[in-house]
Write a new protein. Structure first.
Length: 119
């Protein structure tokens, strides 16, 4: 199963990826985020950066709903992400090969056009 180290290794293997300084992980391409640690917020408590959960860009609401409804043991969302093409993935439940596919797809959707075809 996957962990934060796998996220870092897979994201940094992609062209022109930058890791922002954070308490967890936060990766950008072309100044656009494509995978980062889940900033869990609970009422009345400080935000907690969860490195066991990755937030991934998925492209659109239909893909998000397909993941959340089809594989609720792996993927979820919260009201704070309503209307955004982002899904949270439980890394401990996710195979590394699947994580690689998700990260690569997220990178492709966020990368500048001139990087198209490099991965």
């Amino acid at each position: 199963m996957a962990d934060a180290g796998d996220v870092r290794r897979l994201a940094l293997a992609l062209p022109q990826v930058v890791e922002l300084e954070s308490d967890g992980f936060d990766f950008r391409v072309g100044n656009k985020g494509f995978v980062w640690s889940y900033p869990e917020r609970r009422p009345g408590q400080p935000r907690v950066i969860r490195t066991d959960i990755a937030v991934l860009f998925v492209g659109d609401e239909a893909e998000k709903q397909a993941l959340v409804l089809g594989e609720p043991e792996l993927f979820f969302t919260t009201p704070g992400y309503d209307g955004l093409p982002l899904v949270m993935a439980r890394l401990s439940q996710l195979a590394v090969a699947r994580l690689e596919e998700l990260i690569t797809d997220a990178w492709r959707m966020r990368a500048p056009a001139e990087l198209d075809g490099l991965v």
